[in-house]
Design a protein around this ligand. Structure first.
Ligand SMILES: NC(=O)c1ccc[n+]([C@@H]2O[C@H](COP(=O)([O-])OP(=O)(O)OC[C@H]3O[C@@H](n4cnc5c(N)ncnc54)[C@H](O)[C@@H]3O)[C@@H](O)[C@H]2O)c1
Length: 337
């Protein structure tokens, strides 16, 4: 498959996934606009690249967004208060960004001549399920506002699906691994950080099943979604996950990899404590494999090894204290939450 669009706008481009995706799309020859409120700045995006424009903008500011959409063929929508942080942050902030701004943004894109809109929902929309395999038609049982708004935006997008405005929703698993705007508030990344920098891993609960996806596979999926034929994705929703693992098995993978890669740290202890976070689901990603040929290539173990490399190379300074790595802490410090 080859490139079918020239110019792509990525909302939330200066976030964890965007920070790894943008350089890779530039390498493929795309012209990119990152449109991001820049909670984390944009220092980690490529500098002075002739095909990259980094706009500091809010998706709630439809007029500014419309300007940034000039000449854009495709949108990847990543902008979000992306955490199950609704209990900790001002709910109105999540609601205005994660829900209220969504449909006006979709309409602005459609009216602005965008031909494809790719929406990052989340596999956490399923909340909790004891079914062995959660497929796309499973009912949504959101447990937090974040999950609820993610799910509510999906039909708001599909209202605008048409032959010349192709809309697709993906429900990715929890992403793991190294990205230039690193997040250390996601399960595999948290456990790895704690193992390396605290010498022990605390597991809350442990039996909950969580699906995971390596950040490189996440980027590969966005590249694919820019390339596939309209008919394969128009109006479709896809789960996108690789390994479904219990938190305890993730902790054991982390322990094994760190003990191998950093023997100087000695034995990594795993401590269990009770948890009231009961999100648990086993997602099935057969549809995306069958329809689009998307099969993740990178494991949780790879993600842990990549993080170890980044720590060793001093790419992640002050991992416990710098709020650059922590969405909720950063938004609170900015006085927005
Ligand atoms: N990381 C995961 O595990 C995961 C899993 C499933 C789905 N997703 C979804 O994928 C997307 C990207 O995730 P991520 O981990 O890179 O998140 P992230 O928090 O690192 O990035 C989100 C970006 O959106 C920006 N943003 C927030 N509010 C904005 C606004 N009003 N206007 C413009 N920009 C705004 C932030 O500055 C941030 O850079 C999110 O929508 C997230 O919900 C992520």
């Amino acid at each position: 498959m080859s490139r079918r669009f020239d110019k792509v706008l990525i909302t939330g481009g200066a976030g964890y996934v965007g920070s790894l995706l943008i350089p890779q799309l530039l390498d493929l020859g795309y012209e990119i606009v990152s449109y991001d409120i820049q909670f984390f700045g944009d220092d980690f995006l490529p500098k002075d690249h002739p095909k990259l424009t980094s706009v500091k903008g809010d998706i709630r500011d439809t007029e500014a967004l419309k300007k940034a959409l000039t000449g854009v063929d495709a949108v990847i929508n990543l902008a979000c208060i992306s955490n199950d942080a609704s209990f900790e942050l001002d709910e109105a902030l999540s609601e205005t960004i994660n829900l209220d701004a969504f449909e006006p943004m979709v309409i602005a894109a459609k009216e602005g001549g965008v031909k494809r809109f790719i929406y990052a929902s989340s596999s956490s929309v399923y909340g909790v399920s004891d079914q062995p395999d959660v497929k796309e038609d499973h009912p949504l049982l959101p447990l937090t506002l974040y999950n609820k708004f993610k799910g509510m935006c999906e039909p708001l997008l599909f209202k605008h699906q048409s032959d010349d405005f192709v809309c697709v929703t993906i429900r990715p698993a929890t992403v793991c691994g190294y990205g230039p705007r690193q997040r250390l508030d996601l399960s595999v990344n948290i456990l790895t950080n704690h193992a390396i920098n605290n010498g022990k891993i605390t597991v809350f609960g442990g039996e909950q099943l969580r699906p995971n996806l390596h950040i490189q596979d996440m980027c590969n999926l966005y590249k694919l979604l820019l390339e596939v034929e309209d008919e394969k994705i128009a109006g479709e929703t896809f789960n996108a996950g690789y390994q479904n693992q219990s938190i305890m098995s993730i902790a054991n993978i982390v322990k094994k990899v760190i003990e191998e890669e950093m023997p100087e740290l000695g034995d990594i202890e795993i401590v269990t404590t009770p948890s009231d976070d009961n999100r648990s689901y086993h997602i099935n990603s057969d549809k995306i494999a069958e329809k689009l040929g998307f099969r993740p290539q990178h494991s949780i173990e790879d993600a842990v090894r990549d993080l170890v490399k980044a720590f060793k190379a001093d790419k992640l300074p002050e991992p416990m204290t710098d709020d650059f790595y922590y969405n909720v802490r950063r938004i609170k410090r900015l006085g927005m939450g």
